[in-house]
Design a protein around this ligand. Structure first.
Ligand code: AMP
Ligand code: GLY
Length: 410
């Protein structure tokens, strides 16, 4: 089976790492990919958001399945162009991807499906959360504790154009739930947690994610099934009824509250950096499941969860998220891998055969172990071996969970 993987981040490198383990895979192609993915398959200089070019590439390579990493091409309708061109794809249509692409649509679908979420407010009065309706590369949500933050947030978001959603502010830890969907039914992966803030102790600016771990204590298979029953299956049914069956990864960001779980957001794709912690915990053939989803029939497919845990530490540029870094030589990747840890590339490039920085989030180091503490120690021990001028990371990824805290206890 020939697979074309779209995207260029740590999430896509982690997916590539898992897909090449499938006995069914004959060729892995990626567009545009990155130097880590290039060690597993062939990268092509085609942008994931250039739908016609992706379709041309898929046809030229006689691709059996396209796997789409990022949300932007999905929300723009890439999967529709590929399917209309006769190419099988793991990723939702434009209509289904609107669950991430439009906050207003997501709120409306949640209400129709009876999914518990933060209440929608009519006035921007603190405390509240302001959300731009459309995709905004992580800059579309402003959490406001004070009225001054509300005023500042309003002027920022008005600058983005489009409609606004005003929501009740919920406080507490968040978890990420991933369901692989075939348009009607789904298979859940372990629950993960990511660390969005730039600095230790969950302070500083929001980022794409500075680290992750899985599984989250307190969420065993039974608990995950009841979360999926509450927050994913009703959405799948509602979207299918609207003729937008969701094929791909439905990623639910939710908060367990004293009144029960509340959905904060849906995404139409795998999480980054959650995926880096999830793939080492998936036993079985992920490719087979993605193919079954794309074909619209998950019946009979299954994925077991490996015992143990995984922790991912993001190594970022000095000024991330304000600015990335380019061209600084990176040392120690081989030594880090030699410890048994996984090193996934995100913002790297090759210069004269050597790996250099090329972005904000540069590398992901994933430790796997018998429990979160062992995995965490493994991730940091390997991360210690990697260096470049200005490398920065959080020191507290999975720290609380590795010492027994659960989302319910903080
Ligand atoms: P979103 O763009 O909807 O994914 O939101 C991004 C992040 O903003 C979430 O992951 C939360 O950290 C935060 N957030 C969103 N909605 C709320 C809410 N109602 N209360 C508190 N935090 C929120
Ligand atoms: N880690 C959060 C996301 O991928 O959106």
């Amino acid at each position: 089976m020939r697979v074309l993987l779209l995207g260029s981040g740590g999430r896509e490198h982690a997916l590539a790492w898992k897909l090449v383990q499938s006995p069914k895979l004959t060729e892995l192609h990626a567009a545009p990919g990155n130097p880590g993915i290039a060690s597993l398959g062939q990268c092509h200089p085609v942008r994931a958001d250039d739908a016609e070019a992706v379709l041309g590439l898929a046809r030229a390579l006689q691709i059996d399945l396209v796997v789409v990493g990022p949300e932007v091409p999905l929300v723009a309708g890439l999967a529709d162009v590929l399917r209309a061109g006769g190419v099988s794809v793991f990723g939702p249509s434009r209509g289904a991807a609107a669950i991430e692409g439009s906050k207003l649509f997501a709120k409306e679908v949640m209400a129709a499906a009876g999914v518990p979420t933060a209440a929608t407010l009519t006035e921007p009065t603190a405390p509240c959360v302001l959300k731009a309706d459309g995709l905004a590369a992580g800059k579309g949500v402003v959490v406001c504790h004070t009225q001054a933050e509300v005023e500042e947030g309003l002027s920022e978001l008005v600058g983005l154009g489009g409609d606004l959603v005003i929501e009740e502010l919920l406080e507490g830890p968040e978890i990420s739930v991933f369901a692989l969907c075939d348009g009607a039914t789904c298979l859940a992966l372990p629950v993960a947690q990511d660390f969005k803030r730039a600095e230790d102790g969950d302070v500083g600016p929001n980022t794409g994610g500075m680290g992750s771990f899985a599984p989250v204590p307190g969420f065993d298979a039974e608990a995950i099934e009841s979360l999926v029953d509450l927050t994913c299956r009703p959405i799948l049914a509602e979207l299918a009824e609207r003729d937008h069956p969701f094929i791909g990864t439905l990623f639910t960001g939710l908060m367990p509250t004293p009144d029960g779980p509340r959905v904060l957001e849906y995404n139409c794709r795998f999480g980054d950096p959650e995926t880096q912690s999830l793939v080492p915990l998936i036993q079985g053939d992920l490719l087979e499941v993605l193919v079954a989803c794309a074909a619209g029939d998950l019946s009979g497919a299954q994925l077991e969860q490996a015992p143990g845990a995984a922790v991912t530490v993001v190594l970022a540029a000095r000024d991330y998220p304000a600015r990335g870094d380019t061209g600084s030589p990176i040392s120690g990747i081989g030594a880090a891998k030699a410890t048994g840890a996984l090193v996934f590339h995100a913002g790297t490039a090759l210069r004269d055969g050597s790996v250099v920085t090329n972005g904000g989030r540069i590398l992901n180091v994933t430790g796997v172990g018998s429990d979160i503490r062992v995995a965490c120690d493994a991730a940091y021990a390997a991360a210690d071996l990697i260096a470049w001028d200005g490398v920065r990371r959080r020191e507290d990824i999975a720290f609380a969970a590795s010492r027994g805290a659960t989302p319910a206890t903080g």
